[in-house]
Design a binder for this molecule. Sequence first.
Ligand SMILES: [Zn+2]
Ligand SMILES: [Zn+2]
Length: 147
Amino acid sequence: MSHDNIDLAEILRKRGYRMTPQRQMVLDAVCESGGHVAPERIYEAVNEKSEAVNRATVYRILKFLREIQLVTATASPDGHLLYEIASGEPHHHLLCRKCGADLELPNEHFSRLWQQLFSEFGFRVEEMHVTFQGLCADCQGGRASRR
Ligand SMILES: [Zn+2]
Ligand SMILES: [Zn+2]
């Protein structure tokens, strides 16, 4: 899988940074994972390509890429961070803890909340990527099924 229509190197350049082979490998690994990938799996994918890149470097690059908002992260059920490429369209997840179904939730559900956080606390949300855990309609015994 490629980076589709987003040229990450170009975005990086525009933000004043260079694309390095290591950054490229980390971004590739995040892209190829299709989203929501644990840092350890990213490290493994990078390590397969180049054993010269160690774990600390991968984690540091992930942190950097998140800071410049090229990737976003959301908390997984076990409290770890899951990474994905920031597509420009903020979204959230409804994650079923039983069957693992992952429903994507558009950001519009929260636009009022972000506004309130700003008006009430003066807080400007930059990274919007939330995972809600629970049970999907099917896993509730079909009672709540909307199909
Ligand atoms: Zn996501
Ligand atoms: Zn389910």
